[in-house]
Design a protein around this ligand. Structure first.
Ligand SMILES: *[C@@H]1O[C@H](CO)[C@@H](O)[C@H](O)[C@H]1NC(C)=O
Ligand SMILES: [Zn+2]
Length: 440
């Protein structure tokens, strides 16, 4: 279809051509329109068939103006952010008093309802984060873990309280179908994520109960090692403890696959990430991580690991949701919207454009990039990528389609494992001394 932009009529109204030839030509045009439409639907279906058809994605071209184009993209595919730390703001500013927290007004950090709406957010993971213990309190075997389970329950409680306090804006979700119906209702799908297996009290039973409570991802580590896996540390790599996953960590990944709990590899060491990626039967996520080749810090994902992501032989489907934290994005004072776009483009280049997403870390970071100061700014990032030549279907994948495909993949694996009668994991952390030893 040459020369038929948004403003030109698709079928020219030329009275001088003969009726027959015009009919023929109109038919040809109609067929090519139909073909183009079917191709567009086919291409877009790779992103996520039901998502896109459910929300009625058209095959129309985007306007030339980047700002308008970004609005159009986000109208059909709003942002699903992999990691927002709003619940810790509730905890440390309001002692979790849901009644008191003015989410519909102006909040102190990066997130509130007016700015979520301005940023065209269709969903996000509410991080029910609890910090690592001090190493001296923790002990060498991570045995003083229990208060973190209490605090995680408190964070789940405050997140759910805030979600239900604003029923016109938030819609609690535990599945891809829940997320999609929230978006169809023009609400913000609200999903829970636990940010570190140190919040599990060393127990796979706790994982199962978090799933029951609605949690849909667990990050395998935060900045500390835990009984299941090694962390990457923060900017500089930590000395490994298990050299990746511990034996119990492998069982944890298997149980997450069986449940349909997403395996989140943000914060993990390169060895942990590699082992978990290869061991997981389900697609995995990085809920908030950027690219090490663009800025060399331990928290970012290296190319060796990115190259294991994909649809090919020996690869695993995954989505790397790019983090906006200044120290992860660029050198001091240099983090800006262009640098974040560079991370996105690098991941798209190495892992593939179907494997990149957005995981801002808003409310959990102190330094935001220039141009991406809070949740109202996502459209500017989409405009930047559009200016760099990103297509509509690639942008729709970035904003949420890629994540939904991965989550759907994990739901499917869980269904299959359960249908095959896969048993739950009852392994107990071997360093515990509060249970009788196993009889052999
Ligand atoms: C929680 O906030 C409400 C509204 O400001 C207030 O009435 C109530 O006393 C607070 N509760 C506590 C325990 O501080
Ligand atoms: Zn984090």
């Amino acid at each position: 279809m040459n020369g038929h932009g948004e403003t030109e009529p698709l079928i020219p109204n030329d009275e001088t051509v003969q009726r027959d030839s015009r009919t023929l030509r109109n038919r040809a045009v109609a067929w090519s329109v139909l073909t183009a439409f079917l191709i567009a639907v086919g291409v877009v279906a790779l992103v996520d068939p039901s998502f896109v058809s459910d929300i009625g994605l058209s095959s129309g071209k985007l306007p030339r103006d980047p700002k308008l184009a970004a609005q159009r993209v986000l109208d059909i595919a709003p942002v699903i952010d992999g990691h927002i730390d709003l619940p810790i703001v509730a905890r440390f500013v309001w002692r979790n008093n849901v009644t008191d927290i003015p989410l519909d007004g102006q909040m102190p950090m990066h997130v509130d309802i007016p700015r979520l709406r301005e940023g065209k957010v269709g969903g996000f993971f509410w991080s029910v984060y609890v910090g690592c213990a001090k190493p001296e309190d923790e002990g060498a075997d991570f045995l003083t873990a229990t208060w973190r389970v209490r605090d995680t329950l408190e964070q789940i409680d405050v997140a759910k309280g805030l979600i239900s306090k604003y029923p016109n804006d938030f819609s609690y979700a535990v599945s891809t179908s829940g997320i999609k119906s929230a978006i169809r209702d023009r609400k913000i799908a609200s999903i829970l994520g636990v940010e570190g297996a140190h919040q599990l009290g060393n127990s796979i039973a706790v994982l199962r109960q978090y799933y029951e409570l609605g949690v849909r991802y667990v990050t395998l580590t935060h900045t500390c090692h835990n009984a299941f896996a090694d962390s990457c540390g923060y900017l500089i790599p930590s000395v490994p403890r298990h050299y990746g996953l511990s034996p119990l960590g492998f069982r944890l990944v298997e149980e997450m696959n069986r449940l349909g709990m997403l395996v989140d590899l943000s914060h993990t060491s390169d060895m942990t990430a590699t082992q978990a990626l290869l061991h997981s039967k389900a697609p995995v996520i990085w809920s908030h991580s950027s690219a090490r080749a663009i800025h060399d810090v331990a928290r970012n994902v290296p190319d060796e690991v990115l190259s294991l992501v994909g649809f090919g032989e020996g690869q695993r489907d995954a989505v790397v949701m790019v983090n906006f934290n200044g120290p992860f994005v660029a050198a001091d004072g240099e983090a800006d919207i262009e640098a974040v776009a560079d991370h996105i483009e690098h991941i798209a280049k190495v892992a593939g454009v179907k494997h990149v997403g957005i995981g801002s870390d808003y409310d959990g970071i102190e330094v935001t990039p220039t141009g991406l100061e809070d949740v109202s700014k996502y459209p500017a990032l989409i405009a930047e990528l559009y200016q760099r030549g990103w297509s509509k279907q690639d942008l729709v994948g970035l904003t949420g389609g890629n994540f939904l495909r991965v989550f759907e993949g994990a739901e499917k694996v869980a269904k299959e494992l359960q249908a095959a009668g896969t048993l739950p994991k009852y392994d107990i952390y071997e360093k515990r001394d509060d249970l009788p030893p196993r009889e052999l």
